[in-house]
Write a protein that binds this ligand. Structure first.
Ligand SMILES: [Zn+2]
Length: 376
C-alpha cells in the first residue's frame, strides 16, 4: 500500500474529471462525495454501513470535536479513525466555517478567532496553528487550512479583506502543518463571487503550494445560479493535477453541476440530515415520506435501488415508522439517501471514463423531470 498522498487523473470529459486519490489508508475514487461525520459518527449509520453505501472517505468537524470530546482525548484514545471505527481516509475541516456559523461571542483578529462554545459557553481560541494541531491530534488524512468565510451577500471590500486574511492564514497553516508524509494539506480559495478576487486567491495559494485545493465560500446563501456562474471559471484557476474540493455541496443537481465544471470532491450533511426529517432523494426527485399518500403504498421508495430501505421495506412501512418516531426511520432513510448519492458519484465516474458524461447528465435530468411515481 502507498505511503504517500497522491492524486492521479485518469480521464476527463469536457471539464469533468475522474481520478484516484491515494493515501496510506486507502484510495478515494473521484468525483467523490464525503458523508459528514460531525461528532465522530455519521448520524444513524454504523461505519460499515457507510462503507457499504460506497463511501471511500468521511468528513469530520474540527469545531465539534475540539469542544467535545476534545482532540486531546481522541488522541489519547488512538486517534479519530480508531475512536469511531473507520479505518479509511478522513478529511477534517478547519473549524473556521463552523465557528462563524455556530459559536457565540466571536472575536476575529489577525491572529485568529476567540469564541464561546455553543455547548457550554466555555471560551476557546482557534488560530491557523491551533487548527493544524487539532487536525494532527485527530489523525486526519486530509487537513484543511484555517480560513475565514464571510456569508454572502457581502460587499466587495469585506470579501477582499477576508480573502487576504485567509491567504495569510493559509501560509501560517502550511508552516504549522510541517512535514507529514502520507497526509495532505488543502488550501482554500476565497473571493466570493468576484472573479478577480478568486484569481488573486488561487495565485496566492499556488505560490504557497498545497496537495489539493478547495473552492470555499460558496453554498453560503448565494443560490445555485450564482454558484454555477462562479464555478464556470474558479476551478480553472487551480492546478489541473491536484484534487479540487467544493465545500458544503449539495443537492444532487448541485453535485452533478459542480462535477461538470471540474470539481473532484464534495461533502454535505444533506443526505444524512434529510434522512432524519423524512426527506428522501431518488432518481425521480424528492419524496416526503411523511405525506399521507404513502400510508397504504406497498411499493418501495425506488424499485431500482438496491439499498436496504428499498430492498426490504414498503413506502407504507417507512411512512409508519417516520410518523411513529421510530429510530429505524432515520436509519433506513439515511442509508437510502447516502446510497443514492454514492450511486450518482459512481454513475458520473463511469460516464466520464467512457466519455459519455453529457449523455449521463441528460438522462439524470430527464429522470428528475419525470417526478415521483403516481400515488396508487
Ligand atoms: Zn434505496
Amino acid at each position: 500500500m502507498t505511503q504517500q498522498f497522491s492524486f492521479k487523473l485518469k480521464a476527463t470529459d469536457g471539464k469533468a474529471r475522474t481520478g484516484v486519490i491515494s493515501t496510506p489508508r486507502g484510495e478515494v475514487r473521484t468525483p467523490a462525495f464525503m458523508p459528514v461525520g460531525t461528532a465522530a459518527t455519521v448520524k444513524a449509520m454504523m461505519p460499515e454501513s457507510v462503507r457499504a453505501t460506497g463511501a471511500d472517505i468521511l468528513l469530520g468537524n474540527t469545531y465539534h470535536l475540539m469542544l467535545r470530546p476534545t482532540a486531546e482525548r481522541i488522541d489519547r484514545l488512538g486517534g479519530l479513525h480508531k475512536f469511531m471505527n473507520w479505518d479509511r481516509p478522513i478529511l477534517t475541516d478547519s473549524g473556521g466555517f463552523q465557528v462563524m456559523s455556530l459559536a457565540g461571542l466571536r472575536k476575529l483578529t489577525e491572529k485568529g478567532v476567540t469564541f464561546k462554545s455553543h455547548i457550554d459557553g466555555s471560551k476557546h481560541e482557534l488560530t491557523p496553528e491551533r487548527s493544524m494541531e487539532i487536525q494532527r491530534l485527530l489523525g486526519s488524512d486530509i487537513v484543511m487550512c484555517f480560513d475565514e468565510c464571510p456569508a454572502l451577500p457581502a460587499n466587495r471590500d469585506r470579501i477582499a479583506e477576508s480573502m487576504r486574511l485567509s491567504m495569510r492564514w493559509a501560509e501560517r497553516s502550511r508552516d504549522a502543518f510541517g512535514d507529514r508524509p502520507g497526509h495532505a494539506l488543502f488550501g482554500i480559495m476565497q473571493g466570493g463571487l468576484e472573479r478577480d478576487l478568486r484569481e488573486e486567491s488561487a495565485e496566492a495559494l499556488k505560490k504557497i503550494g498545497f496537495e489539493g485545493y478547495a473552492v470555499g465560500g460558496l453554498a453560503v446563501g448565494e443560490g445555485q445560479e450564482a454558484m454555477f456562474d462562479c464555478l464556470d471559471y474558479a476551478p480553472d484557476f487551480l492546478p489541473m493535477d491536484k484534487p479540487r474540493y467544493l465545500m458544503g455541496v449539495g443537492k444532487p443537481d448541485d453535485i452533478v453541476g459542480a462535477v461538470a465544471r471540474g470539481i473532484d470532491m464534495m461533502d454535505c450533511v444533506l443526505p444524512s440530515r434529510s434522512g432524519r426529517t423524512g426527506q428522501v432523494f431518488t432518481r425521480y426527485g424528492v419524496v416526503n415520506i411523511k405525506n399521507a399518500r404513502h400510508a397504504d403504498d406497498p411499493r418501495p421508495l425506488d424499485e431500482n435501488c438496491s439499498c436496504p430501505a428499498c430492498s426490504n421495506y414498503s413506502r407504507a412501512y417507512l411512512h409508519h415508522v417516520f410518523r411513529a418516531n421510530e429510530m429505524i426511520s432515520g436509519m433506513l432513510l439515511t442509508w437510502h439517501n447516502l446510497h443514492y448519492f454514492q450511486e450518482i458519484m459512481q454513475g458520473m465516474r463511469d460516464a466520464i471514463a467512457e466519455g459519455s458524461f453529457e449523455a449521463w447528465q441528460a438522462a439524470f435530468n430527464a429522470q428528475r423531470a419525470q417526478g415521483d411515481i403516481e400515488p396508487l
